[in-house]
Design a protein around this ligand. Sequence first.
Ligand code: UD1
Ligand code: UDP
Length: 359
Amino acid sequence: MKILTIVGARPQFIKASVVSAALQPLCGEVIVHTGQHYDKNMSDVFFEELGIPKPAYNLGVGSGSHGKQTGEMLIRIEEVIGREKPDILMVYGDTNSTLAGALAASKLHIPVAHVEAGLRSYNMRMPEEQNRVLTDHISTWLLCPTQTAVENLAKEGITRGVTMTGDVMLDSVLHFLTVARANPEKSKIYETLGIAPKQYRLATLHRAETTDGGVEAVTRIFRAFEQLPQRVVIPIHPRTRGLAEEAIAKGGFRNIQLIDPVGYLEMLLLTSGASQVLTDSGGLQKEAYFMEVPCVTLRTETEWVETLHGNWNILASLTTEDILDKALHTVPDAAARDSKPFGDGRASEKIAKLLCANA
Ligand code: UD1
Ligand code: UDP
């Protein structure tokens, strides 16, 4: 009885850390890393810090255009499936690694389990929306983080195999925030960066819609950051680093502190200590919500609509004025938080029990 798990990008390592821990005592798991993310601070750091079992395979696919990257993964995952003959193939989220894994398995009649099924932005120009819609339609187990996700699938006629498990990222925050706070080495992050809790804002930027606008788009965002009363710390994704450095050099921005991507434990400390988060990341919006840190999402839509209640999260278009307005004038309503829209922090356990009963 065997589950073949496909991971490849930073957020998938974080999700796998809690799901694999729940799964491995119950049934056999073979982890495959596609190699989509490969820098030490985008990949190895998560395996080391979070105790994720070493992948049995690293397919070394690396970066490339969507077609090349997804195609290489498809070829190499198919070979691994042929060798391992799994009972179930599990994928996470909405990256090219997700789609490649699901497609390779589906064509070979291996049932697919999709963790984080049913999310929709209804913007089909997003590569992530294409990946998640296609993956959902070829999955046997659709493991939904929220009730909204269940309803989104029903609108597309998908009701079989759908389970509301809750969000595995809530499990990981609950577990690893405690671990991070107890780790004196990691807690030095504030001192190292010269920041004090609640005296800085935290930002991340990496989505195609942001970077496709080039240095002008990043400059528009940074002009808003420059006018905020607190320093903005940005662990910069490698995709955006060049644009961010160019924007800072040209704009002479002094309120922005670019740093290398950090490990998850340090990221949880940086998020929980921030007075506000500004981001185009899917995962970080939610983590801010879990930790009751107000968030401005630098996008025109979100899949995580529950976070918008009570203005804990607010959308901003990518203009200097809108970002500044939302960042300065949004006041979250402490009484208006949904009760447990992301489950009870035991999603991983539910997924493991469900899949291992079938594997
Ligand atoms: C991918 C996912 C996105 C997810 C994000 C998480 C797709 C289509 N996109 O976006 O949904 O939110 O991961 O972080 O799958 N690079 C490096 N080193 C690395 C990894 C990437 O330098 O270790 C650079 C390369 O220049 C690469 C670029 O970042 O071309 C983009 O990487 P890629 O994996 O294609 O997409 P992400 O933007 O990371
Ligand atoms: N993250 C991290 N270090 C960083 C930036 C982000 O550990 O320097 C974590 C973040 O806390 C969240 C996940 O990476 O758990 C989000 O990944 P990302 O924003 O790359 O992708 P998305 O969630 O948008 O797919």
